[in-house]
Design a binder for this molecule. Structure first.
Ligand code: CP3
Length: 354
């Protein structure tokens, strides 16, 4: 068993007592940091950065050098799986991700392979191994994947979308085809996350970025059901320690009771629900992660500190809170404000753990 110098994050996920509330940020390695932009330039394209274990490790550690964060997250992307399936992924500045070969028919789905973690995706496993070695027990490393529904959205649309016409068209017109795609993705995500856990990931998060655009019924049938399949298939212990699973559906606040029933260890929560209400819905047997509005970081250190206090008060006393933003940090945020945010969480939360 590796000795962790700081295990607050894992303790909070297991609802064990901590001295102060642990904090990390979704997208904590990214364009708001000048040192990230420099390494990204050196790498060439975004995917070149993901494929280079040394550089992916470098950008993973960058935010930890600046701030006393309580966890590191693997630098990669959720679209590595569809890329490894042969869809031809490119990131074009201003256009976001794009696939050369979107999935539109039953035949397209049938032809998709289930990628091997130590095959086409070995570069991700190598990044995990390199980062774990470099971290040397400083903080735990989080692995991650997209949810089947969120990955399917990009694969069927061929990129980002505002209307969900192709994916929802498939949902309502060819539900069996979509189910076959989601089942294939669930199997791929299970082997991908188990590969990351075998390589050294100490907790994993499933990003269901687009689950919140579904009707309550369709959320259960097309998103939650496949995340349940994943949770049932994951390695839950490694290296003598539990490997907690975090489920994050953006816009899923009203379904936290259903999400809690999956057996996940923690639920990610965005800013559209108060943590006090989220706690009531999710129940006492699960941790919560969140949920400050990322836009508060456009303000100033005093206002940020006040809002950190509001979020902490909303969760209140008791174990099982991991502080985070309700979604990823934006590229235009001033790094100074991030420092004020992280320090405020540690300073203001001690009173809740006495
Ligand atoms: O949290 C972290 O620090 C880990 C790294 C991480 C990235 N992407 C790095 C990245 C994680 C966890 C992701 C997940 C991801 N990728 C999601 C789900 C996240 C969520 O917040 O819900 C989604 C939807 C994607 C797909 C994706 N990748 C998009 C829409 C974009 C932005 C494209 C653009 O040009 O704005 C990316 C690229 C990406 N992934 C960047 C980073 C740092 C920016 C790339 C760059 O350097 O230009």
């Amino acid at each position: 068993m590796t000795t962790l110098k700081n295990d607050r994050f894992l303790r909070a996920l297991n609802r064990e007592p901590v001295d102060v509330t642990p904090v990390w940020m979704m997208r904590q390695a990214g364009r708001y940091l000048p040192e990230y932009r420099a390494t990204r330039k050196k790498a060439g394209s975004f995917m070149d950065l993901c494929r280079n274990a040394e550089l992916a490790c470098e950008v993973t550690i960058q935010p930890l050098e600046r701030y006393p964060l309580d966890a590191a997250i693997l630098f990669s992307d959720i679209l590595t799986i569809p890329d490894a399936m042969g869809l031809g992924l490119t990131f074009n500045t201003g256009h976001g991700p794009q696939f050369a070969h979107p999935v539109r028919s039953a035949a397209d789905v049938k032809n998709l392979p289930i990628p091997e973690p130590e095959g086409e995706l070995q570069y991700v496993m190598n990044a995990v191994r390199t980062i774990r070695k470099e971290l040397d027990g400083r903080v735990p490393l989080i692995g991650f994947s997209g949810s089947p529904w969120t990955l399917a959205t990009y694969m069927v649309e061929g990129g980002g979308t505002k209307e969900y016409g192709n994916i929802k068209g498939m949902l309502f017109d060819q539900p069996d085809t979509l189910h076959q795609l989601l089942d294939k993705l669930a199997k791929s995500v299970i082997s991908y996350l188990n590969g990351q856990i075998a390589a050294g990931a100490q907790a994993v998060q499933i990003f269901d970025t687009w689950g919140g655009v579904l009707t309550p019924r369709d959320y259960q049938e097309f998103s939650l059901r496949y995340m349940q399949q994943i949770i049932d298939g994951l390695t839950r212990e490694a290296d003598g320690r539990k490997v907690p699973v975090i489920l994050f559906t953006k816009g899923g606040g009203r379904w936290l009771d259903k999400m809690a029933a999956t057996g996940a260890d923690c639920l990610g929560v965005d800013w559209t629900i108060d943590l006090s209400d989220a706690r009531k819905l999710a129940g006492d047997n699960i941790a919560l992660q969140g949920n400050m509005d990322p836009c508060i970081l456009y303000s100033n250190p005093e206002r940020i500190r006040e809002e950190v206090g509001n979020v902490l008060a909303s969760y209140g006393k008791g174990n099982g809170h991991v502080f985070n933003l309700g979604h990823g940090i934006h590229p235009k945020i001033d790094p100074e404000n991030v420092g004020a945010f992280i320090n405020a969480v540690h300073e203001l939360s001690a009173q809740y753990h006495k």
